[in-house]
Structures are given as C-alpha cells and as structure tokens.
Design a binder for this molecule. Structure first.
Ligand code: ADP
Ligand code: MG
Length: 321
C-alpha cells in the first residue's frame, strides 16, 4: 500500500524516497501532491507530544487554552471564536483574548482594530487591567489593535516579559471557565506569553497543506517553555481543519496526523465551507450566523469532544491523587 510509505517514521528511520509513491495516488492528489512529496521528505515529527503534568486546583479551575500554529491560515482565529461560542452555548463562561496584531479575532466580533484606543498592547506593556480592554459582544473579548505589532519589541527589554499575559489574567481568571487565546502566526514573544499562561494548547492543522516540520518547531518551543517557565503546558489536541473528504489528499493528511499523533487528533473534522469566511464579515460566529448549519454543528461537536476529554483527564488525575 502506497500510503504506508507516506507515513513519517520516528527519527532513526530515513524517509522513503519519493520515487516509491504509487502513480495513481499521485494523480489523484494533484494539485497539492507536491506538498505531500515535500512532507514525506521532511524531517520526522516527534511520535508524540509531551504529556501534560498535573495543575494546582486553583489553576485548573479555569482552563486557559491557547490556539497555536506558526503557520497562518490554518483556522486558529476561526476555531478560537467558534469553539468559544460553542462552549458558551453549553453554559460555560468564556473569555476570548486576541493576541494577534492583525486583530482578526477582534474584527470577527465586529470591532475595528484600527480605531481601538486601548488593547492587549496596553495590558501587556503598560499593565492596564485586562478588564479595561474587554468588549462585551457575542462573547467577551479582550481586543487587539495594530499597536500589538510593537508589543514584542516593547516587552523584550522588560523583566518578566514572558509572564505579562499570565499576570494580566489573574484579575479575571475566576470570572471565566474558559479563556481562549488566539495567537499570531509565529513563535515569538506574544505566543510564548500565551504558552506561559496556558493550561493547554490546541493546534489547528489545515488538512490541505500539512506541515509536520512546523509541528516539530512548535513542540520544541513548548519544550523550552516547559523547562523554564510553565511546567504544565502541553499540546492537548490537534484539530484537523478545512477538511475536504472528497479528496484523497485530505484523507491522507488525516491518516498521517493520526499515525504521528494518535489520540491527540480530535475525531471531529472541521470541513471546508465558505460559511466560516462569511460569518466574520457580519461580525459574528458561524453559530450565530447560521445556527442550524453543519458548520456551526462541527464546532459544537468539537466543544463536546474537548469537554469529554477534559473530564476524562480530570477523572484520571483524581484517581492518581
Ligand atoms: P489563522 O487564524 O490560522 O490565520 P483563520 O481562522 O483566519 O486562520 O482562517 C483563514 C481563512 O480561512 C479565513 O478566511 C477563514 O474564514 C477561512 N476558514 C477558516 N476555517 C475554514 C474552513 N473550515 N473552511 C473554509 N474556510 C475556512
Ligand atoms: Mg488568525
């Protein structure tokens, strides 16, 4: 079976030479087949991400989930918003934090980052209380503005520069069950701040242009954060996004993910549909824009899956306590 040879192997085993791919597989995977070829030749990913360690009960009471992938356009922002609204529908108190200077999450709630006076920049750099930059929209959101682009530089000379977000969240932590943090497409100081504040990290991965090398870099950064700043932080799940089940390519991408990361890959597939692009234009989540559609249901299902996983993990932790 050609597919077996596509699967990345643990480090010691060299990647199969590209010539071994079966011709009919290549034909069906066009036009993205070249990217898969690249992936096959790329360095092998870690077989698993590191496991999370137990949190103190106070920290664990509010989940701070960071959506990260240094690749842009993988649905980090879309997932942060729609999962947040889905968790709210299930009765949870949710805060979204926009840590991306592009402000897409802020925009997706109908706010204009170009005219916002105070934002997460002021919270991180000038220690303005985060409550002062939380807008109450469909869901509570701590907003970004274009200033945030200067935050990495402004923070870089400050003592405790990696802990600015963690400190800012202390004020509001007890008011929420879930704090969902959207990050920029990089592993810079803003994303590191998010990892330091996090109880868990969820990685959205676009099924089309799978980058396992990118996931290795992400895990390396997390390992550095674990060693120095937050021993509990780990990837708690991988969300396959923009899935088009009609293409062999997308199905192969999922198989590669599951082979590499096993249980970490959520069963819920977020399918490709234009609904996700339409909703933010109206300043709303897809759950509000098209409440009965399958796009909204996908994130409801993901929310239930995440909650079930968290419950399972909590039960295991209690057993071992
Ligand atoms: P990121 O935050 O990782 O850069 P976004 O959430 O902004 O990614 O998504 C990138 C683009 O893809 C946006 O235009 C968004 O509306 C669109 N998009 C997100 N999820 C899907 C999906 N499942 N199907 C189709 N388009 C999607
Ligand atoms: Mg984004």
């Amino acid at each position: 079976m050609g597919l077996i040879r596509l699967l990345p192997r643990p480090a010691a085993v060299p990647a199969a030479p590209p010539t071994q791919a079966e011709p009919e597989v290549r034909a069906v995977t066009e036009p993205t087949g070249e990217r898969m070829e690249e992936l096959r030749r790329s360095e092998s990913p870690p077989t698993t991400f590191a496991k999370p360690t137990a949190e103190t009960p106070e920290r664990a009471a509010t989940r701070v989930i960071v959506f990260a992938n240094q690749k842009g356009g993988v649905a980090k922002t879309t997932t942060t918003l729609n999962l947040g609204v889905a968790l709210m529908e299930l009765g949870h108190r949710v805060l979204l934090v926009d840590l991306d200077p592009q402000g897409n999450l802020t925009m997706s709630q109908g706010l204009n980052p170009d005219v916002i006076e105070r934002s997460m920049f002021d919270v991180l750099v000038h220690k303005v209380p985060i409550s002062e930059v939380i807008a109450r929209r469909e869901v509570d959101i701590a907003v970004a503005s274009i200033d945030l682009a200067g935050a990495e530089l402004a923070l870089s000379s400050l003592i405790g520069r990696e802990r600015a977000l963690e400190k800012a969240l202390v004020q509001v932590r007890s008011a929420y069950d879930f704090i969902l943090v959207d990050t920029p497409p990089s592993l810079g100081l803003l994303t590191i701040n998010a990892f330091v504040a996090a109880t868990g990290v969820i990685v959205p991965v676009q099924c089309e242009y799978l980058s396992l090398r990118g996931l290795v870099q992400l895990e390396n950064t997390l390992a550095m954060v674990r060693d120095n700043l937050n021993p509990h932080v780990a990837v708690e799940g991988i969300v396959p996004t923009m899935f088009d089940g009609r293409t062999l390519h997308a199905r192969e991408a999922i198989e590669i993910l599951e082979e590499s990361f096993g249980e970490l890959v959520y069963r819920t597939r977020i399918r490709k549909t234009v609904r996700y692009a339409e909703a933010p234009v109206k300043g709303s989540s897809v759950l509000k824009y098209d409440p009965t559609g399958s796009a909204a249901d996908a994130y409801r299902q993901l929310a239930r899956e995440i909650l079930a996983k968290e419950e399972h993990r909590g039960a295991q932790a209690r057993e071992h306590a």
